[in-house]
Design a protein around this ligand. Structure first.
Ligand code: ATP
Ligand code: MG
Ligand code: MG
Ligand code: MG
Length: 420
């Protein structure tokens, strides 16, 4: 964990600065990053929250390659009009390949070779794979990268009614997923862009340095303060992406609507039959007729989420991880490595936390206390267990809550109760 004390000059937004300072990433080329151990843990925890919620709605995980043959995109008709964001290249036999920016074409190919009957529908499949888009202006670290990790899911239904049901189910699953990451998400009506189709929602969080702008009912600000989601209320309030906003065309008063900079963290599309028609992904319906399958696609920007979560959860000292995605739940700060008692108490807690499956980082460096405090406020574990010579002598551990800053003194025997 190569922690930096100084603020990196190249980073313009807070999440990028904090990710560099806490040793999460290293840029290897414009918009292309290595994930260092600390950063990778955040990424993996976000993946856990996503996969848990995908399983709950019966979406099945698979894995498609990051390299795709151009032939599939020629078949769907997207090859020429996708534009310069697509990275194309030739192999030694002169076949044109591309680094996938998204996977509708390929999943349609997988589907048509495996499913022929309405009896196998509905079906919902997802994968988590690196994407490449040759963004004109990669910036803000992993927020707008060229190589980035996406969870993309695809649903298949026999008819429009079924597809709408699948779409709504994923819409709710997305609200739950982002809620589970401690984010206050606003789902907005959006444009379908190059994916195609006529129904689409984006999921945004408000952020000062966001690259998007959304318009939304001010009641969202109160909604987001509550602990549980009120799905009906969320769905009934006005919220739209900038390009869809129209003051003259909504059921609201102008002063009830706010506009803010925001970050797009997810996007769902009702596609319909654009790909299934072009690529002949047809199934037998219950009358024995061959019909093109109805599709939706659903993306979440996993690597962007790491930055987005930090944008939404930090203070002047550093990151404040929501517990569900924190790389470590607990940091143990042994303030005096030459004190046997401090070492003993630290080791006891470290072993107990490990045994209870609580993720823990033990700072057993020789750094002085002030430096350890700064480092652990920077890397933002929800809890710090501070063990010094004076209080340690009478078995007292200081427990600091990173979010509130409150410190509680506890007998070592009572510490584990906090985490069980
Ligand atoms: P943006 O408007 O930010 O360019 P997009 O609308 O082009 O994103 P989608 O095609 O909807 O992106 O992809 C699904 C998700 O992938 C997005 O909601 C976002 O979270 C993520 N994503 C898209 N582009 C990038 C990128 N360059 N870097 C990191 N994440 C990205
Ligand atoms: Mg884009
Ligand atoms: Mg977008
Ligand atoms: Mg989008």
């Amino acid at each position: 964990m190569p922690v930096l004390k100084e603020v990196p000059a190249e980073a313009q937004v807070i999440s990028h600065r904090l990710m560099l300072r806490s040793g999460m990433i290293r840029q290897q080329a414009s918009g292309v990053y290595s994930w260092l151990p600390f950063g990778l843990r955040a990424l993996q925890n976000i993946i856990k929250v996503i996969t848990r919620n995908m399983s709950k709605v019966g979406s099945l995980e698979m894995l498609m390659p990051c390299i795709q043959p151009a032939s599939l995109w020629l078949e769907s008709g997207r090859f020429e009009n996708y534009g310069k964001e697509m990275l194309k290249f030739q192999d030694r036999h002169d076949n044109t390949l591309l680094f996938g920016p998204t996977n509708e074409d390929m999943i349609t190919d997988v589907f048509r070779h495996n499913i022929q009957s309405y009896k196998d529908l509905p079906k919902n499949l997802y994968h988590i794979q690196w994407k490449f888009r040759d963004e004109i202006r990669p910036r803000f670290g992993v927020m707008r990268a060229r190589e980035f990790l996406m969870k993309d899911a695809y649903s298949f239904d026999i008819d429009q009614a079924g597809a709408h049901k699948s779409y709504n189910q994923m819409y709710l699953a997305y609200l739950q997923t982002f809620h589970d990451m401690g984010l206050h998400v606003i789902p907005v009506v959006a444009d379908s862009g190059v994916i195609g189709g006529d129904l689409s929602h984006e999921f945004h969080i408000l952020a000062e340095h966001g690259e998007s702008t959304i318009f939304y009912d001010k009641r969202f600000l109160h909604l987001s303060a509550s602990k549980s989601l009120n799905m009906e209320e969320v769905g009934s309030l006005y919220a739209v992406a900038e390009e869809k906003h129209d003051f003259n065309n909504g059921n609201f008063l102008e002063d009830e609507i706010a506009s803010s900079k925001s970050i797009e963290i997810g996007h769902i599309f009702y596609i319909g039959t654009k790909y299934s028609k072009a690529m002949k992904a047809v199934v037998n319906d219950s009358n024995g007729n061959l019909v093109p399958v109805e599709m939706c696609s659903y993306g979440i920007g996993i690597s962007r989420l790491v930055a987005a979560i930090i944008e939404a959860n930090h203070d002047e000292k550093g990151i404040i991880w929501p517990s569900s995605v924190a790389p470590f739940t607990v940091s143990i700060l042994n303030l005096n490595m030459s004190d046997d008692k401090c070492n003993e108490l630290s080791k006891i807690l470290y072993d107990q936390l490990l045994a209870s499956d609580v993720s823990v980082l033990y700072d057993d460096t020789e750094e002085r206390a002030g430096s350890k405090f700064a480092t652990h406020d920077l890397i933002g574990s929800p809890y710090q267990l501070i063990i010094g010579s004076k209080k340690g002598a009478s078995d007292i551990v200081e427990v600091k809550n990173r979010k509130t800053g409150k410190i509680e003194e506890l007998d070592i025997n009572l510490v584990m109760k906090l985490f069980l």
